[in-house]
Design a protein around this ligand. Sequence first.
Ligand code: PLP
Length: 451
Amino acid sequence: MKDSNFLKENNARHVWHPMAHPADSQKNLPTILTGGEGVSIIDVDGNKVIDAVGGLWNVNLGYSCDVVKKAIADQLNDLPYYSTFRGTTNDKVIELSYELAQFFAPDGLSRAFFTSGGSDSVEVALRLARQYHKIRGEAGRVKYLSLKKGYHGTHTGAASVNGNGKFRNSYEPLLPGCYHIPAPYTYRNPFNESDPAKLAQLCVAALEDEIAFQGANTIAAMIMEPVLGAGGVIPPHKSFMPMVREVCDKHGILLISDEVITAFGRTGTESGARHWGVKPDFMCTAKAITNGYFPFGAVMISDHVADVFEKDVSGKASIDSGYTYSGHPVGAAAGIACLEEIKRLRVHENAAARGDELHAGLKGLMERYELVGDVRGGEGLMLGLELVSDRATKKPVDKNLPVVLQKAAYEDGVMVRVSGNNILLSPPLVVTSQDCQKIISALETGLKAVS
Ligand code: PLP
């Protein structure tokens, strides 16, 4: 490894970072990571801290998952690459598709289309949704609906359905025909409604209104995260996603469940849609499918959508879309090993139990620190703290404050994520109770530093 001065100087000189101003890394040196072990990361100065971010919601099995590392190494020896474009496939992609359909996707989603990551998966689902309607003779169904605060990635289609101006404004104009519905965000919403069940109904009524306004026969799909993640961790009332499903069915609109975060156990269930008892038409996955060790994703497709494609005789159903790395054998081998490990360790059960412990710990912090305006969680290992300078007005804290908090927590041994005025937690699903206690105590150190 190059010495730490070389790394520090040359990061500033040569590296542009996603989701950051290019000059930021010249002023504030990012943490340079050189290792990972268990649920911890290790920086260039030798500090070892618990990763309460889980990489980027993806390192669900931690950094020492040897079976996944071995599967990747073995596959590099056997078949390091081949495409799955028409005419070829590979043994690992077939086995992974079988596993996904049998164990992880909600019943009735038995076809898989592979991608190189989450934004790709979203793009594929958006495209296939339009194509489905075209095959069926409803070519006018081209619009998309999504939730405000939703995050679906960075490709132009995905950015168009994103519900946060921050990820849209610099790249507009985006796709026309994308409309955003209020999110079931109890702490702040345009209806001033603090009851989650009532708020779910109001948001669904807004969805119905938008459909009536646009005309149902112009809408291809509704895309949503079962629990909003990057938008600040916003778990809806349990009635919300089932009601959205009902409305979509009533109007012939396809439902895309964006499970790039929620699939594979994070919500305490195998998938977010299963968590809410919903069968979507498409389920987008990525991230934890390879434990973050290889860029990969899969879109699961429902049998009734697949039927329309497979039984088409008009010639409109060819999937003229795909990535060089769709079905990459190394990614697929990593995926198979991951799914086996997830099943063996029953990580969703640990996610539910540890999530409840962290949620209780965060509520304790809210009782002790005025700065904590809202605590969100209760659905596995997706948790958030919203920081406000005044609980009565809910005014968000100054944008530097969460960064100072993050730094103090890091110095006390825990990495947390900052998103606006929120602190987000999404640790590996294999964290222990002791890890959770450490996460809460380091957050308390951070809160003390800024109170
Ligand atoms: N969808 C959701 C729900 C996500 O959280 C993300 C990334 O965080 C994406 C899509 C985009 O995934 P990627 O960053 O792998 O392109």
